[in-house]
Write a protein that binds this ligand. Sequence first.
Ligand code: FEO
Ligand code: CA
Ligand code: CA
Length: 661
Amino acid sequence: MSDTMQTRAQACEEAENIGSNPSANASIGDIIAARYHRRDILKGALGVAAIAATVSPLALAATQTARAAGTGFSFKEVAAGVDERHHVAEGYNADILLRWGDPVLPGAPAFNPAQQSAAAQKAQFGYNNDYLGYLPLPGAANPSQHGLLVVNHEYTNEELMFAGIGEQDSKAAAFGKMTKELVDIEKAAHGGAVIEVKREGGQWRVVADSKYARRIDADTVMEMTGPAAGSDRLKTKADPGGRRVLGMLNNCAGGLTPWGTWLSCEENFNGYFWGKLGDADPQAAAFKRYGVPGNWYAWGKFEDRFDIAKEPNEANRFGWVVEIDPFDPASTPKKRTAMGRFKHEGAAGILNKDGRYVVYQGDDERFDYVYKFVTAGKVDPANRAANRDLLDAGTLYVAKYNADGSGEWLPLTFGQGPLTAANGFKDQADVLIEVRRASDLLGATKMDRPEDVEVNPTTQKVYVILTNNTARKADQVDAANPRADNKFGHIIEMLLAGGDHAETKFTWEILVKCGDPAVADVGATFSSATTKDGWFGSPDNCAIDAAGRLWIATDGNSGKATGRTDGLWALETEGEARATSKLFFRCPAGAELCGPEFTPDLETLFVAIQHPGDDGPQWPAFGRASTFDDPSTRWPDFQPGMPPRPSIVVVTRNGGGKIAT
Ligand code: FEO
Ligand code: CA
Ligand code: CA
């Protein structure tokens, strides 16, 4: 519980900012950062040949391929700023597709925020839409115009969802107004949704009564699979076998597999638990490393499993990657323990050239780590069923970034190096449940809050989005995290040896350090072609479109922080335009932009607008707590009495055509 009034988004940020990594992994100083200041080179009078001689090999390596794939973004930039509405580049439509409370399952009632119930919410679109994935429907006449949208519902904001209660997680409020009825609505608003969507006559719509429609919530039956399934540490009174769990929590970003499943990632699961574990409890240190209990929700008041004094192992059953088959609404979601337990941001993967599947993952907490998982088996493109349990066996690795621009992936395998009984690991299940501590022991590089990690399949370059870390001190900077008090984050680009994602050696460099380039102290490195509207802070999610171009979604900009809302920026990665950024879409006040997802034909962009109307004090023109009764915006409906509603927005070009070309 927080001492001061704060929004849930701030609580999320602070939880990610626990900085609970106690390991003493060495800091190595900002030795080579200067090597990456391309902006200074570009601003000078150096010719192309001089640039070629100075620019990092990584930047040059992929230039030819990327040029062939067509870089460059063609659109008129949006002006940065803050107001109640969303804004998209001129010449584009940005239409509301689906809002919190809209019917998903057949028979779902129309949304009535004054009379919401858990039963209604279980059949309606959930709250705080985060990750979005688009899967073409097999047999669709046009795969880019008929498919399934899979959506995460990350968390709930009681002060914006319910009338008359305000924030409930402060010490003063102490969840006093959280009734069982409200908690049940919150639980029903979590999880995810599968939505059939179709474009007809140029317009996208949700297909009503689709046979694929599904809501997943905090009580959906799921299966634990992989090496940790059945571990004593996953056993509870309700599940003595340690293999059956109810629900997924705080599902942030995710990924889609080549065999057509959805990976949905549990992030700040610690916030759902309360109660106290004795200091002598053998799991006390492990719980502390993950910030359990977080005390953000009153669920423990009504359900023993969320009280760690009563059911400690329940907390070990969250913090996983969940694989869901969106084509079978009766399928049981599976928590794939082989991929490790931490505050997963996303799980974007690549079909490696040897046929194995490789998933990149960030652990979003100050000073935590970047991971990849390499399957033991190969993907069978001709037999979907053969890939069903591919994610249960493989090797999990954590990244170490060296000061000279090289790096290595360190295997998190029981029995290797320090991952033995001498350090309290009795099997691979222990390594996976406490993967953060295992990574500490391996000497992995402590990062500035790793969010999305995604591969550009055109160039094989891997983008690591580091959102910010204001807790990093001057004596803690290193080459991969070169700024103390890193308020605005940065983006790292990696290339694995030979473009082979199963390789353990890689090279890396910083693509951009974020923030306002006009403020010298910030040390931002956007190209000089970036306008006052084009720079951003706190990068979070990303998308790589069908043309091999990088788009960055942000979480953390605001009137006070950067004079702009969050949004979607187009970021050049190749050639002389490298590190030039342009604002394409701007969120309404208080909202974060999540899940940017393009259709394969590049004609449609789906974005998830999360927590609109959050954090009123951060918008000076509003300047007070934003609540259901007095919200900073009533986006997207702008109707009296209707609160702001997290929504999916669909962006297309007026008159049709590919986006930003
Ligand atoms: Fe839910 Fe790390 O953002
Ligand atoms: Ca995120
Ligand atoms: Ca974030």
